[in-house]
Structure formats: structure tokens, C-alpha cells
Design a binder for this molecule. Structure first.
Ligand code: CP
Length: 317
């Protein structure tokens, strides 16, 4: 097995089946810190540097919380405007990470440019975790999703998924890579202008990802074990920040999940996941149903990041 120690986590493309289970095992081992809300000292001599060039609630704070839970230190920025990358100088990735590598032991980066964390990893002497790069990938979110399903169902094989929403999203890329490693089948429900790009489709088909496109969620919801959602009312993920406008638009019923739809058409044990934030594609009335698992992902997200940090920093082998 490849060691995680010193490794960059940039993509799930090359993440092997057994590596998911290694992360899940370590997450279970470290869970008492999160469950008992008591910080330990496993990473007391290590520092996480967060470099977030795009807004985040969950990813940055879950990664920082994971570091705190393991007794580590955290420094960094959550708004690139307050750094030299966001002012007159427009400092590039290379120059920035040549500084950050001396401020800590691992860098967690979110960036509006696809490939920016990979560029950072190329120049940095410490590991880089991709916390979302433009439309590119979001490996730590999808590891959290896979952990959530594994804890619910005890397996990642033999499940039918619906991927619904914007297939250009970084989560949709990472989940497609992840599902290609398991005996999974997926239905893809997305508008034409938000469908997979042809080159990505070619790649995932080549990796063995089994999926079929459908027009409307009602056509397939009765077959789903997991309904994996993203909005279709979306900002441009290649921008550092997009302000809200009055005419954001509404989600067509094809891409919407409601309590009524779940009660009338879904299997009793179907699980709804959404990486959040949401718009009107996932109505709040689903929150109180037995299908909802997006809130437990806040907890599982900390477990996943604790496991990754402990593995990458060599605190567990
Ligand atoms: N799931 C997710 O990426 O959320 P944030 O944008 O709040 O980090």
C-alpha cells in the first residue's frame, strides 16, 4: 500500500479502493476526539496552513477543527484580498507557497483556478490538500460523502446513485472518479448546459464509471440508494467571489428534491446527500425526513479531515 505520509491530496482519480477504507479506519480510530468534544495531542507539534482564495464555510472550518481536535496549530487566510495575492501585486501561487511552506507542515488550499493546488504542490516542500479548485475537484468533500455512505450502509458496492444538478461541479468530478472504483451504478440528471464535458465523459467511461443520463429525477428516484445533489442555480466557480443578484433563477422540478417526492417515490432507506450550500433544489422540508444525511456530514467531515491530517503528517501509518 502507498504510504499517505507526505502525500498531496489533489484528486480522487488515482485513489485506490483500499485507500478509502484506510481513511475510514483511521477516522474511526480518531473519532473519540470529535465525539467526546475533547482535543488530543496527536499533532501537537504540527501546524496547518489554510490558504483559501474562495469563500468556504464547511471545508475550511472542518479542516481547521480537525487540526484543533488533534492538538495541532492553525494559521492562514480565508480571504485572499487580505494577502498580496489579492492586492496590487497579484502575487502568484509559486511565490506564495514558497513562503507558506515555512509557516507550517501541511497546506489546505481552495482556489478559483482549476489546478492551482496541484501547482502549489509542485512548488511546495510540504503536502498540499485540495479543498476545491474551480470546477476541478473536491476530494475531501467526496471522501466525507463516501465515509457517510459507508457508515450508513456498511458497503460502497452494489449501490445505485442519482447524481443530480450541475455536473460541472468539482464534487461531481470527484464522486465520478470515486464511484468508478466501486461496483456502483449512477443515473445522471442535469441540464444540457451543465452536463459533463466530453473529455471528462471519455475519461470516466474509460475508468469504468457506469452511468446513464435521465431527464427528470422522477424517472429514477425509486431505484436510488443515494441521491447526490448540487444546485443548478450556481455562481461561476472560476471567480474568487460572486455576489448575489436579484434574478438568480429557480430550480426546475427535474432537479429538485422535496419531502413529497421522497415520501411518494423514494425507497424507505434512500439517503440524500448535498455538499451545501443549497438553493431551492433541496427544500428544507427534507431536513426532517429519515432520508436526510447532509447534517451528519458536518461531523463526518471533521473525522475525514482528522484522518487525512494524521496520515499525511505521519502520526499514524
Ligand atoms: N461543501 C463545501 O465545499 O462547502 P463550503 O464551500 O462551505 O466549504
Amino acid at each position: 500500500m502507498r504510504s499517505f505520509m507526505g502525500r498531496d491530496i489533489l484528486s480522487l482519480k488515482d485513489f485506490e479502493r483500499h485507500e478509502y477504507f484506510r481513511v475510514f479506519d483511521v477516522a474511526a480510530m480518531l473519532e473519540p476526539y470529535a465525539r467526546d468534544r475533547r482535543n488530543g495531542d496527536l499533532l501537537q507539534h504540527k501546524t496547518l496552513v489554510t490558504a483559501f482564495y474562495q469563500p468556504s464555510t464547511r471545508t475550511r472550518l472542518a479542516t481547521e477543527a480537525a487540526m484543533h481536535r488533534l492538538g495541532g496549530h492553525v494559521t492562514g487566510f480565508s480571504d485572499a484580498k487580505m494577502t498580496r495575492a489579492g492586492d496590487f501585486y497579484q502575487e502568484g501561487i509559486q511565490d506564495t507557497v514558497k513562503m507558506l511552506e515555512y509557516y507550517g507542515d501541511v497546506i489546505a488550499m481552495r482556489h478559483f483556478q482549476q489546478g492551482a493546488p496541484a501547482e502549489a504542490a509542485h512548488h511546495a516542500s510540504i503536502p498540499v490538500i485540495n479543498c476545491g479548485d474551480g470546477w476541478g475537484e473536491h476530494p475531501t468533500q467526496v471522501l466525507t460523502d463516501m465515509l457517510t455512505i459507508y457508515r450508513e450502509r456498511g458497503t460502497l458496492d452494489g449501490l445505485t446513485w442519482i447524481l443530480i444538478g450541475d455536473m460541472r461541479m468539482r464534487t461531481m468530478h470527484s464522486i465520478s472518479y470515486a464511484l468508478s472504483k466501486f461496483d456502483a451504478k449512477a443515473y445522471v440528471v442535469a441540464p444540457d448546459d451543465m452536463y459533463f464535458l466530453p473529455e471528462f465523459e471519455e475519461e470516466i467511461k474509460g475508468m469504468g464509471f457506469r452511468y446513464e443520463r435521465k431527464e427528470h429525477i422522477e424517472q429514477v428516484i425509486g431505484e436510488a440508494d443515494v441521491i447526490y445533489m448540487e444546485p443548478v442555480v450556481q455562481p461561476d466557480y472560476t471567480k474568487s467571489r460572486v455576489e448575489v443578484t436579484d434574478d438568480k433563477g429557480m430550480t426546475p422540478a427535474n432537479y429538485q428534491v422535496t419531502k413529497t417526492l421522497m415520501f411518494e417515490k423514494a425507497r424507505g432507506n434512500a439517503i440524500v446527500l448535498h455538499s451545501l450550500p443549497r438553493q431551492d433544489e433541496l427544500l428544507p422540508d427534507v431536513d426532517t425526513t429519515r432520508h436526510q444525511r447532509y447534517w451528519v456530514e458536518a461531523y463526518n467531515g471533521v473525522l475525514t479531515r482528522m484522518a487525512l491530517l494524521a496520515l499525511i503528517l505521519g502520526a499514524v501509518e
